[in-house]
Unconditional design. Structure first.
Length: 232
């Protein structure tokens, strides 16, 4: 797993692992400044991501994931594909990005209308809307926390409120963006409350990675993890 320098939710990633699967995490170089388009571009710079992926090659990974929603949609579908190519060449393994995993999850659940809940502001989230539209997925509603730092410190109550505010009857599922937004424990409750699948950045990233291994984790009570483990 290659994550941005400020990623702190390693324990959430490990919670998704079934027995017998190992996880190795590294980060891109630290950068100064608020969380905005410039920072997203910096942490997804292909040279930096490639170096981080190469640093994990000694572990002989079966799959390497770039775990950042914003960084992987910043340059649209073509940029996401290019990032995967960079990771594949550097790591010698299968390559996934969080945004790519989101599309895979939406396809697996037959979702074409997705409500968005993001800790970022409207301007930064606009790139996600465009990325989804390229894949034929509409975003009928969205909500924002407009945070430009310390996303991992957002309270459970504020994230739940963000999710409920984003939901609409038109949406077939809800997506909680950002791998630094803690979501693991609340997903089953939100799915029951909203009556639809709830996707989240770390969740789709780990699900797609495990799917490449032909694995899943039946202990994870999320709708997405009830989708079969067979590789796409």
């Amino acid at each position: 797993m290659v994550a941005p320098f400020d990623f702190v939710l390693d324990d959430e990633l490990w919670a998704y692992l079934p027995e017998g699967v190992r996880l190795h995490v590294t980060r891109t170089p630290a950068r100064e400044g608020p969380i905005d388009a410039d920072l997203a571009a910096a942490v997804s710079e292909e040279g930096a991501v490639g170096e981080a992926a190469a640093a994990l090659a000694a572990a002989r990974p079966a799959v390497t994931v770039y775990a950042c929603t914003t960084g992987s949609y910043m340059r649209g579908a073509a940029g996401e594909r290019s990032l995967r190519d960079t990771i594949r060449k550097a790591s010698g393994s299968e390559a996934i990005t969080t945004s790519g995993a989101l599309l895979e999850a939406a396809a697996a659940l037959d979702v074409s209308r997705l409500a968005l809940a993001t800790p970022h502001d409207r301007a930064l989230a606009a790139g996600l809307v465009g990325y989804l539209e390229e894949a034929g997925i509409s975003a009928p509603s969205a909500s924002y926390l407009a945070l430009d730092r310390d996303i991992s410190e957002a309270s459970v109550s504020s994230v739940r409120e963000l999710a409920c505010r984003a939901d609409t009857d038109e949406a077939q599922a809800l997506f909680l963006s950002c791998t630094n937004l803690s979501t693991l424990e609340m997903i089953p409750e939100l799915e029951e409350e909203l009556g639809k699948p709830v996707l989240a950045a770390n969740q789709v990233s780990m699900w797609a990675a495990l799917r490449r291994l032909g694995r899943t984790n039946p202990a994870i009570g999320h709708a997405l993890f009830r989708v079969g483990p067979d590789s796409p």
